[in-house]
Ligand binder design. Structure first.
Ligand code: DGY
Length: 322
């Protein structure tokens, strides 16, 4: 008998293929909208052969070393910075993830965040809710014009290219910085490769899409904010750890940059007393980049397939290179 652990409540109808597996016990955490408590996760992992996990599970050395039978971690995400790859490699545990299927939903959300931040949408809604909309105003709630402005994309991968395509529809100039040149982006949308400093100095919207890793930890901090225009915005829908939040707070407070649209935070979830939320020029949303119904369903499909393939000795649909 094999055991599959599902660490988060997912609609059972989407998991049929797991429940139909012969000689498999499926254990699913049963609380809505809550991650599995750490103690329970560690205890369940000890006897699990496969885990259907997500980015709120910290699969670190402590968790994985005791997972004696674990063959596959299948995570409901493209990012895997919550998993200790070194221990997984040592123990021969395969890791599956969900690239490709979430590209367009995440690009949509990134662009929505950019537009909403630039044009003060939350402030507008709040004004109406507070009954403060007294009349049409010539310069009330005016924001930065997105059409024809300059976007700088840090991390030009699949999602970066999809954001660049949307930017092109708004006649934006597209700059990008990446570990390597992205020929398709250059050809298709005329994206211009530049150094990080050049991108920071020239962009009206700095959009962060680099994966979270040791190499990208706090890649945007005090020095980088100084290089940005005072009129520029930071949009982050990648990982919160890519930005030094204390430095971001200072840059926003002192007017070093104009505003920020944030889908991700250094330590998630944040609560209402997080310092960034005191600031008028921050739009914060709770890590919903891939959260369209269609995309989440596809992500579950891929996660299930990765899990089944991993348990039955087949190649995963999308395996994290280890
Ligand atoms: C991911 O997939 O890594 C996103 O951050 C969550 O969908």
């Amino acid at each position: 008998m094999m055991k599959i652990l599902i660490t988060r409540k997912v609609p059972e109808a989407l998991l049929k293929r797991l429940y139909e597996l012969p000689n498999v016990e499926v254990i699913m955490f049963d609380k809505e909208d809550e991650p599995m408590p750490r103690e329970q996760l560690l205890a369940e992992l000890k006897t699990a052969d496969g885990v259907f996990s997500n980015l709120s599970d910290k699969l670190d050395r402590e968790a994985l070393e005791q997972a004696e039978y674990l063959k596959v971690i299948s995570t409901l995400a493209v990012g895997y910075d919550n998993i200790d790859l070194e221990v997984a490699r040592e123990k021969g545990i395969k890791i599956g993830h969900t690239p490709y299927v979430l590209t367009e939903a995440t690009a949509d959300l990134t662009f929505a965040l950019l537009l909403a931040t630039a044009r003060n949408l939350p402030q507008g809604q709040q004004m109406i809710k507070n009954n403060e909309w007294s009349s049409w105003s010539p310069f009330g709630l005016t924001g930065k014009q997105v059409y024809g402005s300059k976007i700088g994309i840090i991390g030009m991968g699949r999602i970066g290219l999809s954001v660049a395509r949307r930017a092109k529809g708004f006649s934006m100039d597209v700059l990008y910085h990446n570990r390597s040149r992205h020929e398709e982006a250059e050809k298709e949308v005329g994206a211009i490769y530049c150094s990080l400093d050049e991108l920071l100095e020239q962009s009206d919207f700095v959009v962060l899409l680099a994966p979270g890793s040791k190499a990208t930890y706090h890649m945007i901090g005090t020095e980088q904010f100084k290089k940005m225009k005072n009129t520029a915005y930071l949009i982050n829908s990648s990982r919160g750890t890519n930005v030094d939040e204390k430095a971001l707070y200072d840059a926003l407070k002192t007017g070093e940059i104009k505003g920020a649209g944030l889908d991700v935070f250094e330590k998630e979830p944040i609560s209402a007393d997080h310092p960034l939320l005191e600031l008028e020029n921050v739009l914060a949303i709770p890590h919903i980049g891939s959260a369209s119904i269609e995309t989440r369903q596809e992500m579950v499909e891929v996660t299930v397939s990765n899990l089944i393939n991993g348990l039955t000795g087949k190649e995963l649909v999308y395996e994290v290179p280890n």
